[in-house]
Write a protein that binds this ligand. Structure first.
Ligand code: IYR
Length: 228
């Protein structure tokens, strides 16, 4: 049995009414987040992106191994390389390259209300692309050997905290997942034990940005929660 070194932990005790008010305020703010597919090229300070990645890096993780890496890209050349590679995959996915689509008819049908297609201009327009990598191995030392645990869960939570922080900073966001996306490892120069999991696009919405009404339909609390 280990006897780990510890520190005292406490939080300021909030009156119930304040706890409820704060939770509701946070929920209302997060509810304003939309997946945006039309970005302006207006600049966003690097300090905002740094703070958001810092927030993501504080996420809980299996054995506290922090099995993630975030590559923040502002370079027009890298953004163009990512757009070209991603659109090549998307053309195969949607069948826009000629030949059968890789996506099933059911999948394409499900995407219909979102209006997505193989063109991804936002990958060049938006000021920042954050490429999220999951470290399948590596431990805290990032040695590429030590086993990591609950990697998908840990990285998923970190991505949620990243998105929430970017939203709080007034930025529009998009989670983009071209498939396959191994090309991101090469473009970002990451090691083979890291798996790219998503591109988080961040910036200001274009002046004429819209979102599909389908995206506003959220399951009500009664449907997503049960109380025992
Ligand atoms: N990666 C494709 C397809 C796509 C898939 C899902 I599931 C989405 O929620 C949205 C898009 C694309 O980005 O177009």
């Amino acid at each position: 049995m280990h006897d780990p070194e510890t520190l005292p932990y406490s939080l300021p005790a909030l009156p119930d009414e304040e706890a409820i008010a704060r939770a509701r305020l946070m929920a209302a703010r997060l509810r304003q987040r939309r997946t945006c597919r039309s970005f302006s090229d207006g600049p966003v300070p690097r300090a905002v992106i740094e703070a958001a990645i810092d927030a993501a890096g504080s996420a809980p993780s299996g054995a506290n191994h922090q099995p993630w890496h975030f590559t923040a890209i502002a370079s027009p050349e890298r953004k163009r390389a990512i757009r070209e590679a991603a659109e090549a995959e998307e053309r195969r996915f949607y069948g826009a390259a000629g030949g059968d689509p890789k996506a099933s008819a059911e999948w394409l049908e499900a995407l219909g209300p979102l209006g997505t297609d193989a063109d991804k201009p936002f990958l060049e327009t938006a000021p920042w692309l954050i490429i999220v990598f999951a470290q399948r191995k590596g431990g805290i030392a990032e040695d590429g050997v030590t086993q990591n645990y609950y990697v998908n869960e840990s990285v998923g939570i970190a991505c949620g905290m990243l998105l929430a922080t970017l939203h709080e900073a007034g930025l529009a966001t998009l989670t983009h997942t071209p498939s396959p996306m191994g090309f991101l490892r090469e473009i970002c120069g990451r090691p083979e034990w890291e798996k790219p999991v998503m591109i988080i696009v961040a910036g200001h919405p274009a002046a004429d940005a819209t979102v599909p009404t389908h995206a506003l339909i959220k399951k009500p609390l009664e449907q997503i929660a049960s109380w025992l």
